[in-house]
Design a protein around this ligand. Structure first.
Ligand code: ADP
Ligand code: MG
Length: 763
C-alpha cells in the first residue's frame, strides 16, 4: 500500500491518466508488450510506474525499470515519484552514466536508455526486472531504438522461461507505427492505448515576417509585450541553447527587476497550498478574454494538432560552438506610449539540461506571489518536463542539433528550423490548464516549409559504438537486427570497416568477389580485442587506446586522456557578450589567464608534441591536485561540471581495467605525476593507434594550390582543407603530421584535440 499525502492525491486525481488506470493495467496484465500514447503532461512518466508498483510488479523478486533519453528527466522524475509515493530515494532511485542512488532496496529505477543497454550486456535477459518502461519513445533516440529492438527478443524469451517480463513503450505522440507495424520487431501487433489528455485550445499567432537570424531580440521584445499587455499566466520561451537562454534571462531580469528580499520566505511556502491557490485563480480567469490590442504584426491561425518526433537534445552539446547570441543589450524593451496591463515583477528562470538539478527543480515550484513567471528553456521543455501554469508560449522555431557526415564522422552544430511536429508540441505547452496562446516568431509560410517530423537519430549519425555493443551481444548479422528504423547501409558499412580496422572485429575471409566481401564484412564476429574494448564505456577508438596501454605504466595517463576526450568541453567559453564593461574586463582577464594556463599545461619541448592532450592531462592533473574545487576551476577557466564527470569516468574506467587485468592494480591518484618524456612518446603512439583514421598532413609550400590552403591540412577522407583550431596549443606550431580528436565545422573545418605524430610511426 502506498501512503500518499492528501495534496499529492488531489493533484494526481486531476491527471487524465488516472481515469485509465484499470484499462492500462488490464492491457499490461494480458499482453507482454503494450504501447501507451498520451499527450505531454497527461501523467505517463510519473503515474505508470506507480500503477505497476501497486499492481505488484515490484515484489520480492523483481523491480520496475524506466528509461529516459535525457539525464535531466531520469533524475527529476525519480525524485518526483519518490515524493508522490512517500518513499525514500533508496527505493525510488535513478542511475545515469556518472551517478545514481540505486540500492539493494530499489524497487523503481529510473535510468538513461544507455544505462539499460549496458545492463543487457551483463545480463541479457534482464532478470532483475519484472517490467521495463521505455519512456519518450517518440524521441527516437538511438539507444531507445536499439533497446526496443533488443527487448522485442528478450520479452518472449523471458516468457518461455516461465518468468515473464512486461514491456511498456510510452510515447507523447500517436506516431508509433514504426513500433507497431514492424513485423520483424513484434510479430504480434501490441495493443495501443491512447490516453485522452485534457488539452485546452491554443491560438497560434504567426509573425507576418520572419526575422533573419535575429530571433533573440525578437524573443525579448515579444516577452516584454506579453508581460506588459496580457493578463496573468506563465510564459514559456523556447530557444536553442544554454548561452541564448542565459543571455535572454539576463536581459529580462534587467528589464523587469525582481527583488527577492521583498518576497523573502514566500518562495519556499508549501508547494501544494500555493499551487491550489494559483490553480483556483487561473480557473477564475478562464472566462476573461484577451483584450483587443495590437500585438504588432501577427496573423491569427487555429492551432494545428500534430504528432511530434524530434531529435534528442544531447546533454553534452549544450554549450558548444555555433550559438547565435544577441549583442544588443541596451534595449530594455520599452517602446514608449503603451499602457502596461501589468507592471508585475517578472520571475525569470532558465531551464536547460546542464543546469544544476536544484535550479531545474525551481520551475516546478509556484512563483513568488505577485509575480508572473517566465521560463526560458531549450527543447527539454518540449516533452520531457511539463511545467505547470504556462499560458503563453514564445517559439523561436529553431533547434540546435549536431549534424554528422555519416561516413567521415565530421560533425557540426547547426541551428536550424525545427519540425512541424515539434513546433506543435511547443505550442501545446500553453494549453495545459486553460486556453493559451503561442507566438511563433516566423511566418506561416516558413512553417509550412518545415519538415513534418525529424528523422530518427539512428539514421543521422555514425554507429560504430552501437555496432560494437551489438557484436558484444553476439548479434553478428547486424543487418538482420530488428531496428525500428534501420540505419542506412553506407553507415553500417562504414562502422564495420572502422571496427575491422581497429581490430575489434575478426577480418572477413578474403574472397574474390567484391559483393561477397561486402556481405562478409557485415557479419564479422567480434574479436577478443573487441570484447575487451566493448567492456569500456567509451567510444571504440578510445577503447582501443585503453586496450593497448598496459605497458610502460601508461594506463593512468590514457585513462585520464580518454576520460577528458569523452567528457569534452573542459574549458569555459569566454566568447559570450558581457552585460557591462566591468564584466567585459573580467571576461578578458579570464580568457588571458586560460591561454596562459594552457601553455603551462602543454609543457615544453617533446612534451608539447602531445599537444592538446597534454593540456588535458595538465588541466585534470592540477585540478585534482587542488582537490577539484569549484574555486580552482573558476580561477583557471575549467568547467567544474566537466571536471567532476572526468573524475567519475576515471574511476569507472580504472575499475573496468582492473577487472580485466587484476595485476594492473590501478587506482585513481589525485597526485598523479606528469608523464616522463618516454611515456609521452608512447602516449602519442597509443593515441595514433586509436585515432589512426584521424590523421592529417600539412600542405607543403610547393603543394600550395591557392590561398584557401594556406596553413591547411589534408586528410584522407575529405577533399576540403582542414585547419588546427585556434584554441589548440599547436595552432602556431603547425607540425607536419597530426592526429585529431574530431573535426568540427564552423566557419572552416577545424581539428580539435590535436597532437603531433612522427612520420615513421604511420603504417
Ligand atoms: P507525461 O509523462 O505524460 O508528460 P508527467 O508524468 O511528466 O506527464 O507529468 C504529470 C504532471 O506532474 C504534470 O502536470 C507535471 O507538471 C507534474 N510534475 C512532474 N514533475 C513534477 C515535479 N517535480 N514537481 C511538481 N509537479 C511535477
Ligand atoms: Mg513523460
Amino acid at each position: 500500500p502506498v501512503d500518499r499525502s492528501p495534496e499529492i492525491q488531489e493533484a494526481r486525481l486531476k491527471l487524465p491518466i488516472l481515469a485509465e488506470e484499470q484499462v492500462i493495467m488490464e492491457a499490461i496484465n494480458e499482453n507482454p508488450v503494450v504501447v501507451l500514447c498520451g499527450e505531454t503532461g497527461s501523467g505517463k512518466t510519473t503515474q505508470v510506474p506507480q500503477f505497476l508498483y501497486e499492481a505488484g510488479y515490484a515484489s520480492s523478486n523483481g523491480i520496475i525499470g524506466i528509461t529516459e533519453p535525457r539525464r535531466v528527466a531520469a533524475v527529476s522524475m525519480s525524485q518526483r515519484v519518490a515524493k508522490e509515493m512517500n518513499l525514500p530515494h533508496r527505493v525510488v532511485s535513478y542511475q545515469i552514466r556518472y551517478e545514481g542512488n540505486v540500492t539493494e532496496e530499489t524497487k523503481i529505477k529510473f535510468m538513461t536508455d544507455g544505462v539499460l543497454l549496458k545492463e543487457i550486456q551483463k545480463d541479457f535477459l534482464l532478470w532483475k526486472y519484472k517490467a521495463v518502461i521505455i519512456d519518450e519513445a517518440h524521441e527516437r533516440s538511438v539507444y531507445t531504438d536499439i533497446l526496443i529492438g533488443l527487448l522485442s527478443r528478450i520479452v518472449p524469451l523471458r516468457g518461455k522461461k516461465g518468468q515473464p517480463m512486461k514491456l511498456i513503450i510510452m510515447s507523447a505522440t500517436l506516431r508509433v507505427e514504426d513500433f507497431t507495424e514492424n513485423k520483424r520487431l513484434f510479430s504480434v501487433t501490441p495493443p495501443v492505448i491512447q490516453v485522452d489528455a485534457r488539452q485546452f485550445s491554443v491560438t497560434v499567432h504567426f509573425n507576418k515576417r520572419t526575422p533573419l537570424n535575429e530571433y533573440n531580440g525578437e524573443c525579448f521584445r515579444k516577452v516584454c509585450k506579453i508581460h506588459r499587455m496580457l493578463p496573468s499566466g506563465g510564459i514559456l520561451v523556447f530557444l536553442t541553447g544554454q548561452a541564448e537562454v542565459n543571455s535572454l534571462c539576463r536581459r529580462l531580469r534587467k528589464a523587469f527587476p525582481f527583488r527577492k528580499n521583498k518576497m523573502a520566505g514566500d518562495e519556499d511556502k508549501d508547494d501544494t497550498v500555493e499551487k491550489t491557490r494559483r490553480f483556483k485563480k487561473s480557473r477564475q480567469k478562464k472566462t476573461t478574454t484577451l483584450p483587443k490590442i495590437n500585438l504588432d504584426n501577427y496573423s491569427v491561425m487555429p492551432a494545428d494538432e500534430g504528432d511530434e518526433d524530434r531529435d534528442a537534445e544531447m546533454d553534452d552539446d549544450e554549450d558548444a560552438v555555433g550559438s547565435d547570441i544577441d549583442l544588443d543589450l541596451g534595449d530594455d524593451g520599452s517602446e514608449g506610449g503603451e499602457e502596461p496591463y501589468s507592471s508585475l515583477p517578472l520571475y525569470v528562470l532558465p531551464l536547460y539540461s546542464l543546469l544544476a538539478p536544484e535550479k531545474q527543480a525551481k520551475v516546478f515550484r509556484p512563483p513568488p506571489p505577485g509575480t508572473r513567471f517566465c521560463i526560458v528553456a531549450t527543447n527539454v521543455a518540449e516533452t520531457s518536463l511539463t511545467i505547470p501554469g504556462v499560458k503563453y508560449v514564445v517559439d523561436c522555431g529553431k533547434v540546435k542539433k549536431r549534424f554528422y557526415d555519416k561516413v567521415t564522422g565530421v560533425s557540426s552544430f547547426k541551428v536550424t528550423w525545427t519540425s512541424q511536429a515539434s513546433a506543435n508540441q511547443r505550442a501545446g505547452r500553453a494549453g495545459r490548464t486553460e486556453p493559451g496562446h503561442c507566438y511563433r516568431l516566423y511566418s506561416s509560410a516558413v512553417f509550412s516549409d518545415f519538415e513534418k517530423f525529424s528523422p530518427p537519430e539512428i539514421t543521422r549519425r555514425p554507429v560504430e559504438d552501437l555496432i560494437l555493443q551489438m557484436k558484444a551481444l553476439n548479434i553478428e548479422k547486424v543487418v538482420n537486427f530488428p531496428f525500428p528504423s534501420p540505419p542506412p547501409m553506407d553507415v553500417l558499412v562504414a562502422a564495420e570497416e572502422l571496427l575491422i580496422a581497429l581490430g575489434a572485429l575478426q577480418e572477413p575471409p578474403k574472397t574474390g568477389r567484391l559483393k561477397d566481401l561486402q556481405k562478409a564484412k557485415l557479419s564479422c564476429p567480434i574479436s577478443s580485442l573487441g570484447t575487451t574494448m566493448a567492456s569500456f564505456p567509451v567510444a571504440p577508438r578510445y577503447a582501443k587506446m585503453l586496450a593497448l596501454s598496459k605497458q610502460h605504466a601508461c594506463l593512468p595517463y590514457v585513462i585520464t586522456i580518454v576520460s577528458a576526450m569523452t567528457v569534452r568541453e573542459l574549458f569555459e567559453e569566454f566568447e559570450r557578450p558581457a552585460v557591462n564593461e566591468e564584466e567585459q574586463e573580467e571576461l578578458k582577464g579570464k580568457k588571458a589567464r586560460l591561454i596562459q594556463m594552457r601553455r603551462l599545461w602543454a609543457g615544453q619541448g617533446s612534451f608539447q608534441k602531445l599537444g592538446d592532450l597534454m593540456v588535458m592531462l595538465g588541466a585534470v592533473g592540477s585540478c585534482e591536485y587542488a582537490g577539484c574545487t569549484p574555486k580552482f576551476c573558476q580561477a583557471n577557466g575549467l568547467r567544474y561540471k566537466a571536471m567532476v564527470e572526468i573524475r567519475r569516468l576515471r574511476g569507472q574506467l580504472t575499475t573496468a581495467v582492473n577487472s580485466i587485468c587484476p595485476d594492473a592494480s590501478l587506482f585513481v591518484d589525485p597526485k598523479m605525476k606528469p608523464p616522463t618524456e618516454t611515456q609521452v612518446t608512447y602516449l602519442r603512439q597509443i593515441v595514433l593507434a586509436g585515432l589512426g583514421d584521424h590523421l592529417a598532413r600539412r600542405i607543403q609550400a610547393e603543394e600550395l594550390l591557392d590561398e584557401t590552403w594556406k596553413n591547411a591540412y589534408k586528410t584522407p577522407l575529405l577533399d576540403d582543407p582542414v585547419f588546427i583550431h585556434p584554441s589548440s596549443v599547436l595552432f602556431k606550431e603547425l607540425p607536419e603530421f597530426v592526429v585529431y580528436q574530431e573535426i568540427v565545422e564552423t566557419t572552416k573545418m577545424y581539428m580539435k584535440g590535436v597532437l603531433a605524430v612522427n612520420s615513421e610511426w604511420i603504417p
